[in-house]
Ligand binder design. Structure first.
Ligand code: G3H
Ligand code: 13P
Ligand code: ZN
Length: 290
């Protein structure tokens, strides 16, 4: 089917108390693995591209690949811009055919974050595209944040309520202790804060940096109302590990299809496991599968 918005995917997820994975794609094999997993698991899916992915693979190519893959089945697929940092980038994605965008102005103070986010919402709303925005700061695991600083980075539930009301966004990315990239130790999520945010806003909540978060913590976050879960690092690790394995066991192999094909299969299995964990597997009527 044609692409659907984030709201079309997250409204049933919120009602059904499950989360939908938002998987980052950087090339054709990754797109195919994600869509293949959604078809196998009869799950709605969000494919997202970062600005880095668009620079690497090309905006038009990414849009065309996801569209073509989505049209081959009746699975609802949302094509989402991940961490768009400026208005122009967001507009380029909307014009290219993205059904959802993230404007990440979380590095700015609240007032400026609101202003920049509102500017995007005004345009996106007019053309039927969903908007995710971020409040608080989701750091990278490589950043050294001291325990006393940590609190200041996390999303404040009262500010969240103001932010959502003033901007009119469709989904809110929250900082509750996750970070982008591989964790050194076990991530500690502030689930009480998540509960407080959930009760102060009435739109879907997004968990970034979910690679490496233990399954029971993911379940706890979903139970407390997270409905979009972003995964990138684990996909890269799975894909690359399988390529490394093949290159090591068959050093004379020169056909990229024999290296990338098995990596795609391994990735599809990993995505299917996430869909089962998040609870989105099997959530579509069986005729959605083709
Ligand atoms: O949130 C960050 C995503 O993992 C994208 O990373 O900018 O390296 O594509 P990237
Ligand atoms: P990870 O790479 O840590 O899974 O984070 C992904 C993400 O949040 C993309 O926005
Ligand atoms: Zn992120």
């Amino acid at each position: 089917m044609s692409l659907v918005t984030l709201t079309e995917i997250l409204t049933p997820a919120e009602k059904g108390h499950y989360a939908v994975g938002a998987f980052n794609a950087n090339n054709m094999e990754i797109v195919q693995a994600i869509i293949g997993a959604a078809i196998n698991q009869n799950s709605p899916v969000i494919i997202q591209a970062s600005q880095g992915a668009l620079k690497y693979a090309g905006l038009e190519q990414v849009t065309a690949m996801v569209r073509a893959a989505a049209q081959k089945s009746s699975i609802p697929v949302c094509l989402h811009l991940d961490h768009g940092t400026d208005f122009d980038q967001v507009m380029r994605c909307i014009r290219a055919g993205f059904s959802s965008v993230m404007i990440d102005a979380s590095a700015y103070p609240l007032k400026e974050n609101i202003r920049r986010t509102k500017e995007v919402v005004a345009v996106a709303r007019a053309v039927g595209v969903s908007v995710e925005a971020e409040l608080g700061r989701i750091a990278g695991t490589e950043e050294q944040i001291d325990v006393s600083e940590r609190e200041a980075f996390l999303t404040d539930p009262e500010e969240a309520s103001i932010f959502v009301r003033e901007t009119g966004i469709d989904a809110l990315a929250v900082a509750i202790g996750t970070a982008h990239g591989p964790y050194r130790g076990e991530p500690k999520l502030d689930l009480r804060r998540l509960e407080a945010i959930k009760s102060s806003i009435n739109i879907p909540i997004v968990l970034h940096g979910a690679s490496g978060v233990p399954a029971e913590t993911i379940r706890a976050a979903v139970e407390r109302g997270v409905s979009k879960i972003n995964i990138d690092t684990e996909l890269r690790q799975t894909f690359t590990a399988r390529m490394r394995q093949i290159l090591a066991s068959e050093p004379d192999e020169y056909d990229p299809r024999k290296i990338l094909g098995p990596a795609r299969e391994a990735l599809q299995r990993a995505v299917e496991e996430k869909m089962i964990l998040f609870g989105s597997a099997g959530k579509l009527p069986s005729e959605a599968k083709k």
